[in-house]
Every structure is written in C-alpha cells, then in structure tokens.
Ligand binder design. Structure first.
Ligand SMILES: [Zn+2]
Length: 249
C-alpha cells in the first residue's frame, strides 16, 4: 500500500506557512481548518512537515531511522508491527525509540495529502493532548483523519481524505489563469481545469465529473462560487478567484 508521489510544482504553499506545501485541494482544506481553529479557539495549528520530496527528504528520514537487514527481536530495534520494511528489494529494520518512517515513494507526505501538526512550533506529542482533541474535532469535519497516525503511534500525523485528491494535479506555484466565459460553447480542457473542478467540488458548488474538461456545468459552478464569495461573476479564474478557492483570501 502506498501513495503516488507528486512533484513540488504540483503543490501549493499553505496560507499560514509559506514554507510548507500540499496538493491544492488538501491545502485548501488545511487553510479552512486553520481559519476555523483561529475563530473557535484563537490559535492556528502549526505544521512541522507537509509535502516531502520522496527522493531526497524521505530517503534521508528513512535511512536515518532504519538499518539495512532484518534485525527484529534484537536489542536496539523496534518490535512494532511496522518495524521491518522492504525498500529496493532489501529489508530494513526500524531502530528502537524511532518514530515510524514510510518507505520512500510510498508516504502520504509524498502525495501532498498529509501533515505532521501541532501547536506553538511543535508537533502534538500525545493522543490525549487537549489541544489535539480540539484540533481533531475541527480537522475531521474538513476531511482529515488520524487513522494512520494512530496505527503508527504518531499523535502528530493526519491525512486528508477528501474526495478531491484522488487524482493528479499539475498547477503548482504559478496559478494558471483560466477563462471559462465561453465554456458553454467551447469546453476548456487541461490539468488546471481538473484542479478547478476539485476545488469547486470541495466547496460544494460542483457535483460533476472530475474530467479536466470545463463545459456549462463547470462554468455554472464557477459562477455560483464567485457569486457566493461576492466576487464579480466573470467566469475568469485569476489570482483572486484561485486564492478564494484555496481558502487563502
Ligand atoms: Zn507524518
């Protein structure tokens, strides 16, 4: 079981921490979680790690916590169910006292759909931390779960399971402008449309297919979103509308 890694250009920066990145719809959801936490409880969750490059950072994390070979049961090694893993055809064993680390290329962090989170610049360190309990109640309502975090004894790890991230995204740093003004006559096609459809789905304005092809249904959903946000209904997706969709502004 694993998650398909995405490259940095397919991620976007988080509103609260520009040095942390996620896939667009996970980022949009995270920005919503932060806004609601701030409003309800007066604090913003802190992200210690979000998207991670699997060829560099995940390799570094994995190799710093594991030793080549199967050493399960020997002193100095973890006895957890996930202690022994196979990477590049060889077995590796988790060292005692180390947090779990996914095999490079399989981490949900590589897919841009996971955060390691906490408060005040550090990760949650306990499942019973009252701040974590507050946080999880809000995050769950936005599509985040701690199922994997519990399975690997990580109180700080959360995955986004919203419907919008079951497909690849290719928008990234530069939010491509889209013009859907005549989409009812000539469909607008492309990966940026896929991202738009995903975000409109997450915003509950779109119930159509995630097919990267914007026709009348996508156009109407975009207009409804712009109207609901008090924006000019021009069917143009420029910086203002992208940021609204991402929950940044
Ligand atoms: Zn994690």
């Amino acid at each position: 079981m694993g998650h398909k890694p995405i490259t940095r250009d397919k991620t976007v920066a988080l509103a609260s921490q520009s040095d942390r990145r996620l896939a667009p719809s996970a980022a949009a959801s995270w920005n919503d979680v932060c806004a609601e936490m701030k409003e309800r409880y007066g604090w913003t969750p802190y992200v210690t790690s979000a998207w991670r490059d699997q060829d560099t950072e995940q390799v570094r994390i994995f190799t710093s916590r594991h030793t080549l070979g199967n050493h399960k049961g020997k002193p100095g090694y973890s006895t957890a169910s996930y202690a022994v893993k196979t990477w590049n055809g060889q077995q590796w064993t988790l060292k005692a006292g180390m947090a779990n680390a996914s095999v490079p290329g399989t981490s949900p962090h590589g897919a841009g759909i996971a955060v390691d989170a906490g408060k005040d610049g550090r990760s949650f360190s306990s499942f019973t931390d009252p701040n974590r309990v507050q946080f999880l109640a809000v995050a769950r309502a936005h599509g985040w779960t701690d199922t994997t975090g519990r399975a690997v004894s990580e109180p700080w790890h959360f995955d986004y399971e919203g419907p919008a991230d079951k497909f690849p995204t290719t928008i990234g740093e530069k939010m491509l402008p889209l013009n859907l003004a005549s989409a009812n006559k000539t469909p607008v096609v492309g990966d940026a449309v896929l991202v738009l459809q995903a975000l409109l789905t997450a915003r509950k304005h779109y119930k159509g297919a995630l097919d990267g092809k914007a026709g009348p249904v996508t156009r109407t959903a975009l207009g409804a979103f712009q109207s609901a946000k008090g924006l000019k209904v021009d069917y143009l997706v420029g910086p203002v509308t992208w940021n609204r969709l991402l929950g940044i502004a």
